[in-house]
Design a protein around this ligand. Structure first.
Ligand code: PLP
Length: 392
């Protein structure tokens, strides 16, 4: 998976103008070639070990388990990675690929700044120019990440058009990319966009599941009964899920943001509420209005508010191999505070969605059963927001 045209069943592909198809196919060819060479694989693996700090451990959340009284809960600690989340896994891959292809500049957009910081980090390390487009409203809101990007030496382009948020940053970054797509590369931040990005980003992230499956077998002598991860675009989730797809006894669950409630319309639950259609160059379930325009989406976790979702997730849903559920803001905050106070681990609000789901089902399972949660990132970035909200 995917097929030659980048389809996972009826999802994915390249819904873009023909000249861009040619460029995406060049990237695909280069990726297929370069990613199999020992020099690329060794360099990436060496960075995973000595730079990111892989393998990330699996931690048994004993006190959380005892508090809930049911299935044992384990956490795959992607929050311990350098830069604090799973995004560095694919940003390093993309930056190395860019250098091996002789690209002169890596371009991307960022919303909350998480993708921007991870990419600026990878580009600083690899020694390649990096240009990040960000809406002025987001720049105002996300001071710590903006500052980090500046320190890391990337060129930050403030976007002043339209709503001055993520959507406009995407347009602005894409226009810059189109000025010289032969020498520039657009680094997509999740398993979305036209082929080959959903495949490439999945491959780079699949280190999570490869490690987790081997670690769990080694430490517990068995596989987990349930594995779960939060789903924005779907990269940390597919990174965990891929190694377990053939293990039929392992239940796979993706957790989407229900925001203020599925019935309110203020959510980003693409799988639960979306329809099939094209978005940002690929086919997927997405949230759109009557005329096919993407709907505004909302989640307390800004990393999850995307109106589409990775094509492989759409296929896994249709096949019934994975199930997708939604967790709302309130449940997310509860899991955020509980994990902080019971285990001393402050999770990212994104990751807290998956923790909340595990907390919900653990109670109903037996103490012989196990749940493995992908803790995609740490919550430093969310600490002040939550403290203000709860009046701490
Ligand atoms: C960006 C982000 C996500 C959402 O992205 P996916 O592609 O769905 O993984 C989840 N968790 C954290 C910590 C993030 O920074």
């Amino acid at each position: 998976m995917p097929d030659e045209k980048g389809y996972f069943g009826e999802y994915g592909g390249q819904v873009i103008p023909p000249d861009l198809v040619a460029i995406m196919n060049d990237i695909n060819r280069a990726y297929q070639e370069i990613s199999k060479t020992p020099s690329f694989k060794d360099e990436l693996n060496d960075l995973y070990t000595h730079y990111v700090g892989r393998p990330s451990p699996i931690f048994y959340a004993k006190r959380l388990t005892e508090k809930l009284g049911g299935a044992k809960i384990f956490l795959k600690r992607e929050d311990l990675n350098h830069t604090g989340a799973h995004k560095i896994n694919h940003c390093l891959g993309e930056a190395l690929l860019a250098r091996h292809m002789g690209k002169t500049k890596v371009i991307a957009e960022t919303g909350a700044g998480q993708h921007g910081v991870a990419l600026a980090t990878a580009c600083a390390l690899v020694g390649i120019d990096c240009e990040i487009h960000m809406g002025e409203v987001d720049i105002e809101k996300e001071r710590p990440n903006v500052t980090k990007m500046k320190i890391l030496g990337c060129t930050l382009v403030p976007v002043s058009r339209g709503t001055r948020t993520l959507k406009d940053a995407v347009d602005s970054a894409f226009e810059e990319y189109l000025k010289d797509p032969v020498n520039f590369i657009y680094a997509i931040g999740s398993v979305v966009g036209p082929h080959p990005f959903p495949m490439m980003v999945r491959d780079f992230q699949s280190i999570i599941g490869k490690e987790a499956r081997a670690q769990f077998l080694e430490e517990q002598g068995r596989l987990p009964d349930v594995i779960t991860a939060c789903v924005g675009g779907g990269s940390n989730a597919i990174g965990l899920f891929t190694a377990f797809l053939d293990d039929e006894l392992v239940d796979i669950v993706g957790v989407e943001p229900a925001g203020r409630g599925l019935e309110t319309g203020e959510h980003a639950a693409t799988m639960s509420k979306g329809v099939k259609g094209a978005l940002h160059g690929f086919e997927c379930y997405n949230l759109q209005d009557q005329s096919g325009e993407p709907l505004p989406v909302y989640s307390i976790a800004s990393g999850l508010d995307y109106p589409g979702v990775g094509p492989q997730h759409c296929l896994l849903k249709d096949l019934g191999r994975a199930k997708y559920v939604a967790i709302d803001d309130e449940e997310c905050i509860d899991a955020f505070m509980t994990l902080s106070r019971v285990e001393g681990i402050i999770p990212a609000l994104e990751s807290a969605h998956a923790v909340a789901y595990a907390m919900k089902i653990a109670k109903k399972m037996s103490s012989n059963e196990t749940i493995l949660v992908n803790l995609s990132g740490r919550g430093d970035k969310d600490a002040y927001f939550i403290a203000d909200k709860l009046g701490l």
